[in-house]
Design a protein around this ligand. Structure first.
Ligand code: PMV
Length: 347
């Protein structure tokens, strides 16, 4: 079909991995399977304005971030376009204006690559659907996730909610290295509306880009055992979700976070991304659990910020504790309250 011009807008959330993706092969193929909670309030909104033109030799686009022209983001987008052109052959036949903004403060140390790349992939997929009407919703979502993966691996887990698995695993239905799939196995109500309070410990630029980080797993002395462990932890989580075992959940999730950091500490070159305040928070979380029997647990990305996960039924006491005892370890007492969400939506 001919499509001259138009505009589409998508809003896509961030996600927080429970079993971490760390290490990849050629073409953004993960070295191990991962699973994440899709988040709700941490989102990127992206609109794509498109105008048909003579097919050019280069990609033709302008980029605005929070209403300002952003040349510095362009190389990332060009790289993404190069990777996906094979699957979206119309890219050089349009002039695009991309406008994007985040719901969370920029330079908060919260990575926007997952929400940003998934939102852009969805906008492009929307144009693809206008050109080729009649595709199923499932095809649309899978291809959007596939494209998002080529932008940033973890972005492929942001299209759908509430739990998304990515990477082949023998016991996870429909799992694929190429795109994220909604977790289709039973999930106990204990995990409904899980909360994620994100403590902004260090808002500085990430010390290790994830590209470099994944590369550190090439030739890493513990890599093979770690990849195997991710499979084992996914099996454990599958049983935990079914039974609703919150204590067992804590054990897997916290161990995954510390293992991710252990991999960085034991690679060459090595990186230490936790800050003293990260450790203060972790120790306070241990104390709180011991004292109250509640189910607050932490996880980490490749940085110093801490994600605090807890069931909605324990929200009142837990948030009270966080506000009274943990905000002192954040930069300017900054934190974000988020929760599990349903995935991206078209505006
Ligand atoms: O998607 P990337 O390449 O930025 O890698 C993300 C890696 C972690 O956030 C550390 C773990 C994960 O699974 O999200």
């Amino acid at each position: 079909k001919e499509v001259g011009s138009g505009k589409v807008t998508w809003q896509s959330p961030s996600n927080i991995a429970l079993v971490k993706y760390w290490g990849k092969r050629e073409n953004q193929i993960p070295a191990n399977p991962s699973i994440s909670f899709t988040l709700d309030t941490c989102r990127t909104t992206t609109s794509l304005d498109f105008q048909k033109k003579e097919k050019g030799t280069d990609f033709d686009f302008e980029l605005f971030f929070e209403n300002e022209k952003k040349e510095s983001f362009k190389p990332k987008i060009i790289k993404f376009f190069e990777r996906v052109e094979e699957y979206l052959p119309f890219l050089k036949e349009y002039k695009f204006t991309i406008q994007t903004s985040n719901s969370f403060p920029h330079s908060s140390g919260i990575a926007s690559s997952a929400s940003g790349m998934s939102a852009l992939a969805l906008c492009l997929m929307n144009l693809e659907k206008q050109l080729n009407p009649g595709m199923s919703e499932e095809y649309f979502n899978r291809k959007a996730s596939f494209l998002a993966r080529l932008g940033s691996g973890s972005a492929c887990r942001s299209i759908k909610g509430n739990l998304v698995a990515w990477g082949e695993h023998k016991n996870i239905a429909e799992s694929s290295d190429l795109y994220g799939v909604e977790f289709q196995h039973p999930v106990h109500e204990n995990f409904r509306n899980y909360q994620d309070t994100i403590l902004l410990v260090d808002k500085g630029e990430k010390q290790v880009s994830s590209t470099l980080g994944h590369d550190l797993m090439n030739g890493h002395p513990y890599a093979e055992r770690r990849f195997q462990q991710a499979h084992e932890n996914l099996d454990l989580l599958k049983g935990i979700f079914e039974k609703g075992d919150l204590s067992a959940f804590t054990k897997v999730v916290e161990s995954e976070a510390l293992t991710l950091h252990a991999m960085m500490m034991t690679s060459q070159p090595y990186f230490l991304l936790m800050k003293p305040n990260t450790l203060e928070i972790i120790n306070k979380v241990f104390d709180f659990r011991e004292r109250t029997g509640l189910h607050l647990c932490f996880t980490l990305d490749a940085g110093a910020n801490v994600h605090l996960l807890y069931p909605e039924t324990e929200k009142e006491e837990t948030l009270e504790f966080i506000k009274a005892n943990l905000l002192q370890y954040c930069q300017n007492e900054q934190y974000i309250t988020d929760r599990v969400g349903k995935g991206a939506k078209k505006l």
